[in-house]
Design a binder for this molecule. Structure first.
Ligand SMILES: *Cc1c(COP(=O)(O)O)cnc(C)c1O
Length: 482
């Protein structure tokens, strides 16, 4: 069998001289349409690259004659141009069960924030211009009042992200001096952000007190001296120390620090601005509670539970926030107008708390009832079964999701979804079959990201508010799995 097959392939192989020149290729109808749409630079670059690649294949004897037909080359050029222009950052369907997924872009922007971006990004705006006086304004003032109203703070400032907020706070308040922190709170969050390293980067000397599981008021009291510039609390947002534990709460610690004239800063990480318990969700500490307990500075993220754009929010006393705002590093860490506009619009939603669970996508997704998710799973089951059978079996299953982004790491969100398992596969083949399925789902025009657990691919439907785009792709999935 091998010999005749090879001779057939060899006989239909194109030679390099069968290829058109760049000029000839560009004179074809398809190329002319591409040139009219995209201009000379891109189309010529791609035409050269295409012909180079085809020539290499021809020299190697692996270019079939069908590959040099004008229509085939024109189609290949169109595909290359389209691929070059295709966005690398794309929308995906997050069916992982983790609502605020750091790898998938964290919080979704509210409609109001998107509208605001469109309204103020396509024209000049008053980013740093005081419309009342016609003089230079301060970009912080666009959100400071809102942040103070919502959190009860005296003053507020914002930077690029919460890591920057923590770095800036420590640098501005404690450079060349000592910062006291509990050994139980030396957190590492993803992406190489470790509290001891942040302190070093900020030029402060970290003084650890207590132990991993227990820290007492006396530990802080003993450590405060004339070199102390700041006492720092870090919310252990992405892990839980359980069992024989003790930590000093903010109110007690504020009393200890203030008695010695030292400010207290708390990094909340996520920092929900509303009490999630009202929505039947596990509770996260609120910035407003931290301020009421006596913290001088509270830092938290814009794109975690707050549900806005990437941002680092710093709220606190006039004195402390004033020093932070004036610190030169602030200029390097300041927010750009794009997230700032989205942040202002997102914060405005908090002025209407009764509507928040509808208006803010993060809260809307977190509060979606498990029964509604389950009903959607039941409705989708036949279509998904049809797309993946006979290679896979599908069933509706209850699932446990997560809030994500390090928030409430041990709490689980009751949810539901579809579990897809390889049908009639040996134990050995299961992993390969699931990988192939996960790859096919990720290769869809709107990539579907699930999770693999217990020999099944799980699609948690909590974040699928509208199933239409998911259903629309099932035909393609079916074709690719067959
Ligand atoms: C997430 C987090 C940060 C960093 O916030 P970003 O907005 O991601 O920069 C800092 N501290 C804690 C405790 C966090 O959970």
């Amino acid at each position: 069998m091998a010999a005749p097959k090879e001779s057939v392939v060899h006989g239909s192989t194109a030679r390099p001289q069968d290829l058109p020149s760049v000029d000839q290729l560009l004179r074809g109808d398809a190329s002319r349409a591409l040139l009219a749409e995209h201009g000379h630079t891109l189309v010529v670059t791609e035409a050269r690259a295409l012909l180079d690649a085809l020539r290499r294949d021809a020299v190697a004897g692996r270019l079939p004659v069908t590959g040099v037909q004008p229509d085939a080359i024109a189609a290949a050029l169109t595909a290359r141009v389209q691929q070059r222009l295709a966005p690398r950052m794309r929308a995906v369907l997050n069916l992982t069960g983790t609502v605020i997924h750091t790898n998938l872009g964290r919080a979704l922007l509210a409609d109001a924030a998107l509208q605001r971006l469109l309204a103020v990004m396509t024209s000049p705006n008053n980013l740093e211009y005081d419309l009342a006086t016609g003089s230079r304004g301060d970009r912080d003032s666009l959100v400071e009042e809102l942040l103070c109203t919502i959190t009860g703070a005296e003053a507020a400032t914002v930077v690029n992200n919460n890591a920057a907020a923590v770095l800036l706070t420590i640098a501005a308040l404690a450079r060349d001096r000592e910062v006291i922190v509990s050994r139980g709170e030396l957190v590492e969050i993803g992406g190489a952000f470790r509290m001891p390293d942040v302190m070093a980067s900020a030029g402060a000397r970290m003084v650890e007190v207590g132990t991993t599981n227990r820290t007492h008021p006396a530990d802080y009291e003993r450590a405060i001296n004339e070199r102390t510039a700041l006492v720092m609390k870090v919310h252990t947002s992405n892990y839980a120390v359980q069992g024989f534990t003790a930590a000093v709460d903010e109110a007690t610690l504020a009393g200890i620090a203030h008695a010695r004239g030292v400010p207290l800063a708390t990094d909340l990480g996520s920092g929900s601005l509303v009490d999630l318990a009202h929505y039947g969700l596990p509770r996260e500490p609120l910035p407003q509670e931290m301020l009421a307990a006596g913290c001088d500075v509270v830092t938290f993220s814009g794109d975690k539970l707050l549900g806005g754009p990437q941002a680092g929010l710093i709220v606190g006393s006039k004195e402390a926030v004033g020093r932070i705002r004036k610190f030169p590093m602030k200029r390097a860490l300041r927010m750009s107008k794009l997230p700032l506009a989205a942040l202002e619009a997102t914060l405005s939603l908090y002025l209407r708390p009764e509507r928040l669970a509808q208006d803010l996508p993060t809260l809307r997704l977190l509060t979606r009832p498990a029964e509604a998710i389950q009903a959607m799973a039941v409705a989708l089951l036949p279509a998904v079964r049809d797309a993946v059978s006979p290679r896979f079996d599908v069933e509706v299953v209850p699932l446990l999701g997560q809030i994500g982004s390090g928030s409430l790491p041990v709490e689980r969100l009751p949810s539901a979804g579809l579990a897809i398992a390889p049908a009639g596969t040996s134990k050995k083949g299961i992993g390969t079959a699931l990988d192939a399925l996960a790859t096919a789902l990720r290769a869809l025009p709107l990539p579907v990201i699930g999770r693999i657990a217990d020999d099944r691919l799980l699609l948690d439907l909590r974040c699928l508010e509208d199933s239409t785009p998911f259903l629309a792709q099932l035909g393609l999935l079916r074709a690719r799995l067959h």
